[in-house]
Write a protein that binds this ligand. Structure first.
Ligand code: AMP
Length: 373
């Protein structure tokens, strides 16, 4: 295990954030509450995170000079997305501490490496096979059967780069359409529910999990998260144990999300890990209003070398994503009792684009908890 750089920020110090989306924006907002400054690096001039920081670097991730100047301006560097190019992470890492460590990216940027890593920890996953051609796709199907999900190994998110295979019709065509040379075939999991655990780990090994979240997807995109998940205490404990094991094995510093399937088993429900996200995660947005400390603050504390908080959930809580044209309902949401509206300041509402979200906290004995637009 490589030694991590020692970081201990003071109020007034500056955090560099790679990526300018809503996650970067919410990280920067959380940092500001703790008296820390942020500088955001993003190639997109319309980055939502630029709006909330004083200093922004708008440059490509391949721009070595811009990366070096950015590194010189900040005290520690973190990221809001997992596809940070390895070369950029290396250049930055030579100048400033990068947390979570860039080695984590090597594991989590590649679905095959990630599954191998999880399996080696003795944690369950869907059965999977490496696929690099139409012929190896046929061989993989012969081994793991159908239905199955074919996924590109890299750069997949929100269902992009994924195909559900129900029969063997036209595999050559499907393989060509995926436009990749490296993919993974997974058994299609008939899950009871999808859950996730948001876990934070500090450099000295303190680990804190949020309550397990239950997630509902529409068209492969997260639509609703509910905490706590409707699972037994024993299964929730097991889920948190899995997240903690993964965070420890990665020698992780920061917030990490582990997405899991709950599947029926002979001796009760079982957990299979679907994906690890080495960053704050959409399924943890409920913590902004539903817990004593948010996932964003927890991440900032971890990379700043501060003590983690012990998160306490206030009550049952729901997070609803405003996706694409859902943004037009925001004015109705403003009037819903108990709802808190978060808008990301993005431009045009394209289909599938995450424009904002709403959290609803439901203290017991309050009437009308389900009222919504
Ligand atoms: P992913 O990009 O791997 O997180 O997948 C996005 C969503 O597709 C998941 O949250 C599931 O709803 C669904 N999905 C992914 N992999 C599988 C699988 N092997 N079996 C069933 N559903 C899946």
């Amino acid at each position: 295990m490589t030694a991590l750089p020692h970081v201990k920020l003071k109020p007034g110090d500056t955090i560099g954030i790679l990526g300018g989306g809503q996650l970067g924006r919410m990280l920067a907002t959380a940092a500001s509450r703790l008296g820390l400054r942020c500088q955001v690096f993003s190639p997109d001039p319309d980055s939502p995170a630029f709006d909330v920081v004083l200093n922004a670097t708008c440059a490509e991730y391949a721009d070595v000079e811009a990366l070096e100047l950015f590194a010189n301006d900040v005290d520690v560097i973190t990221y809001e997305f997992e596809n940070v190019p390895a070369a950029a992470a290396m250049i930055l890492g030579a100048r400033r501490p990068v947390l979570p460590d860039r080695k984590v990216l090597e594991t989590t940027q590649d679905r095959l490496a990630e599954k191998d890593f999880v399996k080696a920890l003795g944690i369950g996953t869907a059965d999977y096979a490496d696929v690099s051609s139409a012929a190896s796709l046929r061989a993989a199907i012969a081994r793991i059967g159908l239905p199955a999900v074919l996924k590109t190994r890299r750069f997949g998110y929100d269902g992009k780069g994924q195909v559900l295979l129900r029969d063997e019709a036209d595999l050559d065509h499907i393989w060509e359409e995926l436009e990749t040379r490296s993919a993974i075939l997974e058994t299609f999991v008939a899950f009871e529910r999808e859950i996730s655990v948001i876990v934070a780990r500090s450099a000295d090994g303190q680990v804190e999990c949020f309550d397990v979240t239950e997630n509902e997807h529409r068209d492969h995109i997260l639509k609703i998260s509910r905490a706590p998940a409707e699972i037994s205490d024993a299964l929730a404990e097991q889920a948190r144990g899995i997240a903690e094991k993964i965070a420890n094995a990665l020698n992780y510093v920061g917030v990490l999300a582990v997405e899991m399937f709950v599947v029926p088993g002979e001796r009760g429900p079982q957990l299979l890990v679907n994906e690890i996200a080495p960053r704050v995660h959409n399924s943890g947005h409920w913590t902004l209003d539903g817990a004593s400390i948010s996932q964003f603050e927890q991440h900032i504390r971890a990379i700043a070398g501060w003590q983690l908080g012990k998160p306490i959930r206030h009550a049952p809580v729901t997070m609803t994503n405003l996706i694409g044209d859902d943004i037009h309902t925001y004015e109705e949401w403003l009037t819903v009792p108990g709802a808190t509206v978060h808008l990301y300041g993005k431009g045009a509402p394209r289909p599938g684009r995450k424009m904002g979200h709403v959290t609803q906290v439901f203290p017991p004995n309050r009437p009308d908890p389900e009222q919504k637009p």
